[in-house]
Design a protein around this ligand. Sequence first.
Ligand code: C2E
Ligand code: CA
Ligand code: CA
Length: 870
Amino acid sequence: MPTALTGIFLLVAICMSVAIPSQAIAQETASTVLPSPFDTAVSEARSNMMASPPDALAAAERAAGIAAEFPEGHDRNTALATASWLQSEALTRLGRPAEAGPVARTALEQLGEDPEATKLYADILLSLGRTEKLLGRHGDALEIYQQAYGVYQEIGETRSESIVLQSIGSIYNDARQFERAAEYFLDATERFQDPSLDLAAFNNLGNAYTELRQYDEALTYYNRALAIAAEMNAAMLEARILNNIASLQVAHGEYNAADMSLDAAFARAGDPSGAEWARFMWGVRAQAAHGRGEEVRARNFMERTFEGVPLDQTNQHFTEFHGTAVEIFIALEDWESALAHLQAFKRLEDEGREFAASANAALVGAQFDFAEQEIQIQELRAAGLENALQLARTQARQRQFVAAGIAALFVLLLLVAWLRVRVARERQRALEQALYTDSATGLPTRSALIRQLREKEKSSDTVLTVVAIELDRHTHLEGVLGFKNFAELQAAIARRLSEEGDYDDVALVSPGLFALYVESDDEHRLRDEAELIRNYFTQPIRLDNLDIDVAMTIGMASDEDPETGLKNAIIAIQQARAAHTSLAGFDAVAYGDPSENLTTMSRMLAAMENGDMALHYQPKLNLRKGQYLAAESLCRWTDPERGFIPPDTFIPQAEETGHIRAFTEWALNEVVEARIALKKAGHDIDLAVNISGALVADIGFARKALDIVERAPGGIVFEVTETAMMHDAERALENFDRWADAGVKIGIDDYGSGFSSLAYLKRLPSSELKLDRMFITNIAGSERDRTLVKSTIDLAHNLGLQITAEGVETEEALALLKLLGCDWAQGYLMTKALPLDDFSAFLDWSHTVGEREIGPARTRPLREIPQGRR
Ligand code: C2E
Ligand code: CA
Ligand code: CA
């Protein structure tokens, strides 16, 4: 129930923060003698902040009015700033961050150009950071939090430092990096012990562990929070924590326990009617009832959650409740309500992904070593790169944007993958519902047809024939008619088919392509049927007052497998078009072997035997020693008929078809031979092999690989991508340990291009991190990329890993990487991957030049070897 919890999490966090600023005011105002109406208004705003934000807001506005009458001067400014800040806090509490932000900024302005380091100043920053965060501007929020942190440190406000730590933790929370979030929350409790802060932190820890699916930890922290709330006699907070506990229990299938927690929560909260947060309690109640299969009760509870709220305007806190509502309404066969909730659910999940992506981009970008960055830039300047830097400055904004976009994109992809898993498990039924109807036309989709065919197949012995009907020139028609009219046209075509032809399920497979089935495979009957279908369209279709002439091309195929039947029927349409007719049955012979995969794979296997496939070697420059001390093997396949086939095209196929194992064993053998040959030639260097993620959890392969590697005279590296670990992490880790024990080094490939989980990195017995080339390409031009690279280098070094930069193409990039402390560089600047002989010659040459002279420009004399030719 993650999102519901997040909602409650926010409530607690905000009320904590309000408690603190009140002390600030006391400090700020104690030293100055101000007229008492102002003091009264301020203390009224403060005391109402938690219980009644509207009253707090009114009082703060009154305070602002009084302050405006003060004589010009320092006191007036401080008073105005205090009043504005309180207004902004109240607005945030009222769920109006978009208004709160500008008011907080006004407060800052009222403090003057260069404010002194006071608590008021830092408190305003903290409020502003929070509004930015709520508005999804995580980058700004993080920067402002850091500023606030700096001020608090300067004035020795440890308690407030702890609050900032919690706030930063909550950004990690938004980024769905719950482990890091938990670290920050724990840090916060250690930084300063204080019941109300601890209460927020423990509750947040409970939430983080709930998300991490660590039930015991979550419960322990919730209970600690609960104990504090009880001691403080804060019934409302107790109720909310109890609600969190109930939510945790629901997530673990303990529905009766959840009900008991909720009973307790309702008891503590007193009469919850009208209270905004009571919706969440009803929502969890509904989830518990739904979990027990009591759908009618569940619906009644759920109705209270959404009472008076337009479904298309709900916020993030409702996401999970929408999800449950979909399931409840499906169970009750109330399709309309189910669909409305499904739409809301999807809208919120999209928003949620964007929100998390923004938070992640901010976290990836904002590192805490800006000062160090400045030093680097000074050094660079000295190195004579002013021009490049100048350029970089002017383009910085734009590029930052791109970098943030890329980072966001990766997170998005990850989240999509993650969501798929979740959706598959928890919401399959609900989403299927949407899957089976085309949203624009209301027609059954391809999936619906396939499902229908499957069912039919089971219940009858007759062979089914799929009839695919394509509207001629439909792309053109769509362009002329526009999306909406075209949708209507399609609906009208389907209608005519079902009315005239009495077919009940006419599916829309893709734009302009319809399909239905006939219970027969008798050729004559089918031909007649198809003729009839064509005749239905001799009359134009009327749309509004427009008569549209339509023509159809028809393809038919019978197959036991509905998917194949449909696919072949569509191919038959192409065959009809190729034969300049408007009707054809699928001709398997003319189509030939449809499995391109199979031929590619058998060709690949042959290429490994006959020498069309070879491994090339791209050297890696050790930046500390200025020598080529390692290389990566990359496969090069030149097919006599198809020419050069890039690894990116056939490796994925090999992974899908399972041929990757034979291929990789072949590559390993090659590398071991190369390792032996190079050593003989006097080059005792590490050679890396790319190990597909599909293999890292394969125990058979793990053993075989060890057998092969045993023959190598040392120095073999397995490059695996970080995503490889995501499939079967435990297995993969076992294999990695096994390999590492046998002396194989592990390198993490394409780091940064996927999901980088620190937790995994720590557990891996790896020795090298290869930074993906997208971070390197633009390193001279983008400060943001530099920051990213720098922080990754530091991270790698902290974990005891060497770091390799991939895709080094320019001298500037190389210079920068050295400066940033990178250990290895690999890229076209030095050379492309070379055939073994050329590679050996390259190493010979590199020994003949002095250490300091070795460098990119000197590699140029070497013969250029085009990619893929041997
Ligand atoms: P990878 O492991 O990230 O390999 C590095 C890729 O970057 C190689 O592409 C290499 O030619 C290219 N590259 C090197 N320096 C530069 C540079 O300065 N600029 C640019 N733009 N590119 C550079 P390649 O050879 O096309 O390989 C693509 C991917 O195919 C590899 O990515 C790897 O994932 C996979 N692959 C290649 N060989 C094998 C193999 O033997 N086994 C397996 N399982 N995968 C392989
Ligand atoms: Ca690689
Ligand atoms: Ca790579």
